[in-house]
Design a protein around this ligand. Structure first.
Ligand SMILES: Nc1ncnc2c1ncn2[C@@H]1O[C@H](COP(=O)(O)OP(=O)(O)OP(=O)(O)O)[C@@H](O)[C@H]1O
Ligand SMILES: Nc1ccn([C@@H]2O[C@H](COP(=O)(O)O)[C@@H](O)[C@H]2O)c(=O)n1
Length: 233
C-alpha cells in the first residue's frame, strides 16, 4: 500500500471487447487495483429498476440518485459490487440491467457524479496503480493517464464472445442487444475512435492470453525510460 497518487492504466472499448476480463488480469499481473466503471453505471441502473424507475426518463432517474449507496472492491481477486447492504455483483449482469444502463448513463449529472466517484476511488485505493476500464476513461475520467488504451474487436467477434457467456440466451438477440447498447453509448461518449495519444489494441485475431500480453506490452512501452539527447546520452 502507498499514500502516493496511484498510476492509472486507462482502458476503454465497446461491449464485449474484453475490457473487464482483460483489465482484471492485467491488474493482477501488475499488482494493481482494478476499477470496473461500468459496474457503477450498472449498479445505478439496477437501483433505478428496483425503484420502478423508467430509466429512459432522465428526470425520474435523477429522483433516485439521493439514496444510491454504491460500493465496489478494487482487488482484482475479490471483485464485489454492492448497493447499500445488497451484493449485486451477479444481478448487475442481468440482461434487464444491460438493457437499462445506457438510459441512466446518458444523464449528464449522473456522469459528472460518477466521474468524481471514480477519481476518488482511485485516489483512496492506497495502491501503486489502478487499471480503470470503461467507455470514457481515456478521454474524460483520466485523459492524462500515462497509459491509455482502446481495446476493441470486430462486432461479430464481440457478439460471439458475449453469446458464449450468455449460453441460455438467443445469440441473435444477444448480438442485437449489444449493437443497440453500443449505438446508444456512442451518442454519449465516442469510445470507438482512439483519441490522440490512445493506443488501439484490436483483439479480433487474438485469444485472451495474447490480448493480455498485448496490453502489458503497451504498459511496458509507455513506462520504459526514454533515452537520447534529452537525457545527455
Ligand atoms: N481476446 C479474447 N479472446 C477470447 N475471449 C475473450 C477475449 N477477450 C475477452 N474474452 C471473453 O469475452 C467475454 C466478454 O469479455 P468482457 O466481459 O471482459 O467484455 P467487456 O468489454 O467488459 O464487455 P462489457 O463492456 O459488455 O462488460 C468474456 O467471457 C471474456 O472472457
Ligand atoms: N465509463 C463508462 C462505463 C460504462 N458506461 C455505461 O455502462 C454500461 C455498462 O458498462 P460495461 O463496461 O459493464 O458494459 C455501458 O454500456 C455504458 O452505458 C459508461 O457510460 N461509461
Amino acid at each position: 500500500m502507498t499514500d502516493s497518487v496511484p498510476m492509472i492504466v486507462a482502458i476503454d472499448g465497446p461491449a464485449g471487447s474484453g475490457k473487464s476480463s482483460v483489465s482484471r488480469e492485467v491488474a493482477r499481473r501488475l499488482g494493481f487495483g482494478y476499477l470496473d466503471t461500468g459496474a457503477a453505471y450498472r449498479a445505478f441502473a439496477w437501483h433505478a429498476l428496483e425503484h420502478g424507475v423508467d430509466t429512459s426518463d432522465a428526470m425520474s432517474v435523477l429522483e433516485v440518485t439521493g439514496d444510491f449507496e454504491f460500493g465496489i472492491a478494487l482487488d482484482p481477486d475479490a471483485y464485489r459490487v454492492e448497493v447499500g447492504d445488497t451484493d449485486v455483483t451477479e444481478a448487475i449482469r442481468e440482461p434487464r440491467v444491460s438493457d437499462a444502463v445506457s438510459g441512466v448513463a446518458r444523464v449528464p449529472a449522473v456522469r459528472e457524479s460518477a466521474n468524481g466517484l471514480f477519481r476518488s476511488l482511485v485516489a483512496a485505493s492506497g495502491r501503486e496503480g489502478v487499471v480503470v476500464e470503461g467507455r470514457d476513461i481515456t478521454t474524460v475520467v483520466a485523459p492524462d493517464a500515462p497509459v491509455r488504451i482502446l481495446l476493441t474487436a470486430s462486432p461479430e467477434v464481440r457478439a460471439a464472445r458475449r453469446s458464449a457467456e450468455l449460453t441460455n440466451h438467443d445469440a441473435v438477440q444477444v448480438a442485437n442487444a449489444m449493437a443497440q447498447r453500443d449505438a446508444a453509448d456512442s451518442k454519449v461518449v465516442d469510445f470507438l475512435t482512439a483519441a490522440p495519444g490512445v493506443t488501439v489494441v484490436d483483439s479480433t485475431e487474438l485469444d485472451f492470453e495474447q490480448t493480455v500480453t498485448a496490453v502489458l506490452d503497451v504498459v511496458a512501452s509507455a513506462l520504459a525510460p526514454t533515452t537520447g539527447a534529452a537525457d545527455g546520452r
